[in-house]
Design a protein around this ligand. Structure first.
Ligand code: ADP
Ligand code: MG
Length: 696
């Protein structure tokens, strides 16, 4: 077999050599395959190039020509202008770049230049390029290019690096593309039938179209093909991880008379919403199966997740097992135990609490009841999974995931072999497409409906002029016995400066609201200090809470009805929505006011005020920020997707997931003859880095 160009070093490709190979390495291009996937980041469309002789003042033109002379001139108004005269086979035109004398260093005589911009009349015709690209250069030594050859082509502009220009990259790709494509031809990883079903190009067609399209409209179908492939293999990775967990963890089939769940649901002072009912059905079915449950329960704050989670815990209990709910902080654990005590009272199940704060005899008592199985439902912090804690038969863990707390904990739980089934609650709505990419190895249940009768929060966006009025409004609410939050974004790099800014504001508010108790919560406080402040706020001893850090997500203070957010532009939509969710927890009408500092509110703030539906906002957030940013935040900076676009490729994503799961369903280890190449492809794509892509 001849040496493979694809897997061989890029150094041995035509026009490369050891020096350029090092430059390529800086762009993470090491092999022939890497070069094949080193795709243009933009295209210059020269298919509609105008002959220079045809240009008239007033035109907006694109021309290609060779630089015949150039230089920097100074106008009377002391503006330095770079000039270049370019020529094609029909004529010559002067191009001028006012105020950009430095171009004299990057544009050389004899360069083949593509330029586009308006044609003006200025001592004759003059083109003022908005954009220009040096298409080829005599000294590049990649062979002379005639003007005529350039015309009617789309120019690929490649990511370049110091010492390796985009033109050199393009010339190298040109020299090697055919033999590289020949090696992948006929070895497509996607079956022909799929390509027909989904209208996808063959891999070599797609790569060729991306490297040298003959028209710009060839690019999108090519991208779509690579997007599907990328989504499919990521979903296959997720599906295999899910199957592995199901295989290696002995699950529990929680079956039994609904001796607790039925009376529990009947005891509720309301009926479940359609969404709760559906999700409860999904969880029940999942828990009854032999295989372990690994499920994400998503829903906006107040959508009724806790009620559903309580039912799941009772289901474990009625099948003879224990269930534990883990919260990220003691305060949240204490809040959960109060909620659960109330919810479970009608069915006579008494949950126990275990946190670091439970000590001495009380702790011994709880430990003992967990060990002998008398305690069927437990609530706590990570203290629950420490060595000294023994469960008689822990079957289900519910994780209240805040700040992505759950990832590590779940891994540890599983490694410890503590509980087979896991339900992760998340109050951060994310679009389904993003959830499938980030949490594709989990099953996902979504409560996308709010309980009826909730009083919607009134949201306002106000400029600097209306700040005073908003604070006076807060005063009225305080006078009525309500409480409020004033939140500051973290502005400075330095925490000290932030604390100083917040301290100044705190002092101002102490003066303004002299008759009320105003307290400050900031990131420099120890967690015990923060905890103490929060407790006093919960108890109603503090009326206004000024805070720099995001107030502990999930803390409910039903009496708090006002949320003022300073410099709201500095928060992301998801954060703003989280903050708003801190009010509206009681029966009273609640208000949220976001202050903007500019003249008019940003698009993001307008979106924020326009709806209080977390899923709608999450979609909007994805649209406004773009997926790169979303991934950066969610996924430890790993750019998960190179080709796929979560908005445009929604349908492809569903297809990819469906097909990946169907394959793994029948062949969980991908060891069937027909599937071995899939396993190989996975190893090639994600080898050793699987963990980065999985959170379950
Ligand atoms: P989440 O955990 O999603 O924030 P909770 O389960 O705490 O939401 O529910 C929020 C509030 O709504 C609670 O007071 C709860 O009793 C109430 N609630 C839950 N489900 C319903 C329902 N179907 N109808 C009416 N009220 C409900
Ligand atoms: Mg809750």
């Amino acid at each position: 077999m001849s040496r493979s160009l694809l897997s061989g070093s890029v150094q041995y490709l035509k026009g490369v050599g050891p020096v350029r190979a090092e430059r390529f390495a800086q762009m993470d291009v090491h092999t022939g395959r890497d070069l094949l996937y080193h795709l243009p980041h933009r295209y210059e469309d020269a298919t509609t190039v105008d002959p220079i002789s045809s240009l008239r003042p007033g035109d907006d033109a694109t021309v290609i020509g060779r630089v015949v002379s150039k230089g920097v001139l100074q106008t009377r108004r002391r503006l330095r202008v770079f000039h270049a005269v370019i020529r094609d086979d029909t004529g010559m035109i002067e191009c001028a770049w006012p105020g950009r004398p430095w171009l004299d260093r990057s544009i050389e005589k004899e360069d083949m230049l593509l330029a586009s911009g308006p044609v003006r009349f200025y001592h004759g015709r003059q083109l003022q390029p908005r954009e220009h690209t040096v298409l080829s250069r005599a000294s590049d030594a990649t062979g002379p290019t005639a003007v005529t050859r350039e015309r009617g082509r789309v120019f690929s502009v490649y990511p370049a690096t110091e010492g390796l220009t985009h033109r050199q990259v393009r010339a190298i790709v040109d020299l090697n593309l055919d033999p590289l494509l020949a090696e992948i031809t006929g070895r497509d990883v996607l079956p022909e039938r799929w390509r027909e079903d989904l209208d996808l190009l063959r891999l070599e067609q797609a790569l060729e179209a991306l490297h040298r399209p003959s028209a710009l409209n060839e690019v999108e179908p090519a991208r779509r093909r690579l997007a599907f492939e990328e989504l499919f293999f990521l979903q296959l990775l997720h599906a295999r991880a899910r199957a592995k967990l199901r295989r290696e963890t002995t699950g529990i089939a929680f079956r039994g008379e609904p001796a607790l769940t039925r009376p529990f649901i009947e005891s509720l002072p309301f009926t479940l919403t359609g969404a709760q009912d559906r999700v409860w059905g999904e969880i029940e079915a999942d828990m009854e199966r032999e295989s372990p449950m690994n499920r994400l329960l998503q829903g906006d704050v107040g959508s009724g997740k806790t009620v559903v989670a309580a039912a799941a815990m009772l289901k474990a209990a009625e099948a003879g097992y224990q269930a534990a709910l883990m919260a990220p902080t003691e305060l949240l654990a204490e809040q959960h135990i109060r909620t659960l005590e109330n919810l479970l009272e009608p069915v006579s199940v008494k949950p126990v609490l275990l946190t670091g704060a439970v000590t001495g005899k009380a702790r011994q008592y709880v430990l003992q009841r967990l060990e002998n199985g008398e305690a069927r439902v437990a609530v706590g912090t990570h203290a629950l999974i420490q060595d000294a804690v023994e469960f008689a038969a822990l079957g289900l863990v519910v994780i209240d995931e805040q700040h992505r707390f759950g990832v590590e904990q779940r891994r540890r739980l599983r490694e410890a072999g503590l509980a087979s089934d896991a339900l992760v609650m998340s109050a951060t709505p994310i679009p389904r497409s993003l959830a499938l990419v980030l949490y594709g190895d989990l099953d996902i249940s979504v409560i996308d409906e709010m309980p009826p009768g909730r009083v919607p929060i009134v949201t306002g966006v106000r400029g600097p002029k209306n700040r005073d009025a908003a604070f006076e409004f807060l005063r009225e609410q305080l006078a009525d016995g309500r409480q409020g939050y004033v939140v500051y974004p973290i502005i400075e790099e330095s925490e000290v400066l932030d604390v100083r800014a917040a301290t100044a504001m705190h002092e101002e508010l102490v003066g303004r609201f002299a008759e009320f108790e105003v307290a400050l919560l900031h990131g420099r406080l120890s967690s015990a200090e923060k905890d103490a402040v929060m407790r006093r706020f919960v108890a109603g001893e503090i009326h206004v809470l000024v805070s720099t850090t995001v107030i502990e997500v999930g803390i409910d203070v039903p009496n708090a009805t006002v949320m003022l957010i300073e410099d709201a532009e500095r928060f992301g939509l998801a954060q703003l929505h989280q903050l708003r969710g801190r009010v509206g927890r009681g029966a009273e009408q609640s208000y949220c006011v976001a202050f903007h500092s500019g003249k008019t509110p940003s698009e993001r703030l307008r979106a924020f005020a326009s709806t209080d539906d977390g899923f709608t906002l999450a979609e909007e957030d994805l649209r406004l920020r773009g997926q790169g940013d979303v991934f950066g935040r969610e996924q430890h900076g790993v750019a998960v997707l190179r080709f796929a676009d979560l908005e445009r490729d929604r349908n492809l994503l569903e297809e990819a997931r469906g097909r990946a799961r169907a394959i793994v369903e029948h062949d969980p280890t991908l060891s069937h003859r027909d599937h071995r190449f899939l396993a190989r492809e996975l190893a090639e794509r994600y080898g050793g880095r699987e963990a980065l892509y999985q959170v379950g």
